[in-house]
Each structure stands twice: as structure tokens, then as C-alpha cells.
Design a protein around this ligand. Structure first.
Ligand SMILES: Nc1ncnc2c1ncn2[C@@H]1O[C@H](COP(=O)(O)OP(=O)(O)O)[C@@H](O)[C@H]1O
Ligand SMILES: [Mg+2]
Length: 325
């Protein structure tokens, strides 16, 4: 059996806060992604999505403590911290940062920024790098003669395309895309999602799409993990999450998606996510859950396998509690 392209095992992240407090941002997160797959990481703001993928890149600030394993083609790239992750960053695992389209350097042309990324990683130099940068722009749907333009001469959608081109400059195997369509209008959002889908198909690129927006995941990804309070609540094929969800949070998340016809009433999830700077006892979703029963306030649910490719962390699925669901 070949190993998955990327396997995250028991990832934990704590942040040191001022006054000696700690915030446990990511808890026992495990998932794996196959070559060429488009995998969604979805959940409300603050649930630990960005922290999870920054950990995969080894890009968390020094106040973060990380444990667990991140296996890239079987090799643990976090084993020796910066030493083991550096050779893989950008060249094997690359990332489009949250808000990347607004983070391009305003005083440098888009082409120069892509060329710089290529030169820095020894991909190509000089005229060769410039010609490759032009090809990259073309690949993301920008005419190569725009290489000499500055970011402010681009629309939001084009800046996001340029950010994607930059992330692909070193021909990575995995692209982590953090909220790549947030802040774009609906038409442009759809174009960017199509682009990510096309790149993944044409280049065999693995995409981990991070978003708070469930329809975005449903549109692009085959499988997804739903995060809640720093943990994975449920993971499986998007179809299964939609039609056979086994975690009340996933169900409510789907129910909270606005109906495009405007005919059905939109359900919002009452209450707020848990604070991560306090210990969480029992199930993190329990205070907001309409199906909570005896074990939920005290026992922490673990991910339980419900099928070959479907897991949920909810006591309702645990025969030990003989739940009547
Ligand atoms: N550098 C940091 N220092 C302290 N807390 C942080 C830091 N980065 C994120 N957090 C906290 O970690 C939790 C998860 O944040 P984040 O990963 O950004 O969530 P998401 O991307 O799902 O919105 C939040 O409570 C956030 O406030
Ligand atoms: Mg985020």
C-alpha cells in the first residue's frame, strides 16, 4: 500500500499568551490527503483552520508550540522543526495566505515578484525565470504581457490569480489555499474556484481548500474535514457529510447555508464557539447542541470510524453510550 501524499497525525498547537496563559488552538487533528485530491477544511472563524495549515508549512510564530506528525510522502517534515520543513516549504508544500491578494508587494511588478520567488528557490534565473513567470501567469488566466504591471493595476480577482501563480512558482505538490475567495464578489469567486479545480486537474496538484464557506467546499472538493473548537468534528466525502452527516454541528452548518432561491428559511446556529484559552471539558459543541445527552458535558468524544472513509467525533455514534439517536 502506498502512503498518502500528506498525512497529519495528532497535530496539536498551543499559543503562549501574555501573562502566562495558553491558548490550545489545534487539538488532536488528524487527516490525510491523496495525490491530486481536493480536500476542504471548513468551519466557523476561529476554529483553528489557519493555525493548522500554518503548522504544515512550519510558519507559526515562536509563541506557538506544536506536536504531532506531518508526513509528506511518508517523511515527517516537522520532526526536526525548521531544519526538516525548510527543504519542503514552497517547493513541495505551498500556500496562498489568507488575504494574499492584498499582500503583494505594491512597489514591485507582479513579474518581478514571481521571478524573485523562482530565483530564491533555484528554480530558474534571469530571462529564463521571466519567461517561466509569463507561462505561470498564462496558466492562471492572465496575459503574460502583464508581467511588468504593478499589483494596483490589477483587479482583486487578477491579484488573487497572481497570488496563485506565485504559490505555484516552485511547482509544489500540495497547495494550501486559505480563504482564497473571501472578499471577492460572487462572479470572481466562481472563476477562482474553477481555476483551482482546473489547476488541480491539469497539474495533478493536491489542493487543501480552507474556508468558512461550506458551499465553496461543496463546489470544489471531494472530501472535507469539518473543524470545531480546534478539533475535527467530522471528516469524509462531501456527499456523505451532506446526505449522511453523523455530527450535529455538520448538519447545522449545512442547514445554515443560505438558500440561493431565498425560499427556505435560513437556520443560524445559536450560541458561540468555545473559548480556546480555557480548558474544554466534554464535547466542545455540547453547549450549542440540540442533541446533547448524558456523556456530552463530561466525556470528550473521539473520532469514530463510521465507514471506510467517514469519521465523526460525537457520542451519538458511540455504542458505549447506547445512544438513542
Ligand atoms: N499568533 C497567535 N497567538 C495567539 N492566538 C492565536 C494566534 N493565531 C491564532 N490564534 C488563536 O487561535 C485560534 C484559531 O485561530 P485561526 O487558526 O486563525 O482560526 P481560523 O483560521 O479557523 O479562523 C483563535 O482562537 C485565534 O484567536
Ligand atoms: Mg483563518
Amino acid at each position: 500500500m502506498t502512503s498518502p501524499l500528506l498525512a497529519v497525525q495528532d497535530l496539536e498547537v498551543w499559543f503562549d499568551l501574555p501573562h502566562g496563559d495558553t491558548l490550545h488552538a489545534v487539538r488532536r487533528v488528524s487527516f490525510s490527503v491523496e495525490r491530486g485530491e481536493r480536500f476542504g477544511l471548513v468551519g466557523e472563524s476561529g476554529c483553528g483552520k489557519t493555525t493548522t495549515i500554518l503548522a504544515l508549512m512550519g510558519l507559526l510564530p515562536p509563541t506557538a508550540t506544536v506536536s504531532g506528525r506531518v508526513l509528506l510522502e511518508g517523511e515527517d517534515i516537522l520532526e526536526d522543526g525548521e531544519t526538516s520543513v525548510r527543504p519542503h516549504r514552497w517547493t513541495d508544500i505551498s500556500m496562498i495566505f489568507q488575504g494574499a491578494m492584498n499582500a503583494l508587494n505594491p512597489v514591485q511588478t507582479v513579474g518581478a515578484q514571481i521571478v524573485e520567488a523562482m530565483e530564491l528557490h533555484g528554480i530558474a534565473e534571469g530571462a529564463d525565470a521571466k519567461s517561466q513567470a509569463g507561462q505561470l501567469l498564462e496558466m492562471v488566466g492572465i496575459a503574460p504581457d502583464r508581467l511588468d504591471r504593478y499589483p494596483h493595476e490589477f483587479s482583486g480577482g487578477m491579484r488573487q490569480r497572481a497570488a496563485i501563480a506565485m504559490a505555484l512558482a516552485c511547482e509544489p505538490k500540495v497547495l494550501l489555499a486559505d480563504e482564497p475567495t473571501t472578499a471577492l464578489d460572487v462572479m470572481v469567486q466562481a472563476q477562482i474556484l474553477l481555476l483551482l479545480e482546473r489547476l488541480s486537474q491539469e497539474l495533478g496538484l493536491t489542493v487543501i481548500l480552507v474556508t468558512h464557506d461550506l458551499p465553496v467546499v461543496a463546489e470544489v472538493c471531494g472530501r472535507a474535514a469539518v473543524m470545531y473548537g480546534g478539533e475535527i468534528a467530522e471528516v469524509g466525502p462531501v456527499d456523505t457529510l451532506y446526505h449522511d452527516s453523523r455530527h450535529p454541528y455538520t448538519r447545522l452548518l449545512f442547514a445554515a447555508v443560505p438558500d440561493p432561491t431565498g425560499e427556505e428559511e435560513v437556520v443560524s446556529i445559536p450560541g458561540a464557539p468555545p473559548r480556546l484559552d480555557r480548558p474544554i471539558v466534554g464535547c466542545p459543541f455540547q453547549p450549542r447542541c440540540d442533541r446533547a445527552f448524558e456523556p456530552c458535558p463530561t466525556e470528550q468524544p473521539r473520532l469514530i470510524a463510521l465507514g471506510a472513509d467517514h469519521q465523526a467525533a460525537c457520542h451519538l455514534n458511540d455504542p458505549a453510550f447506547r445512544a438513542v439517536s
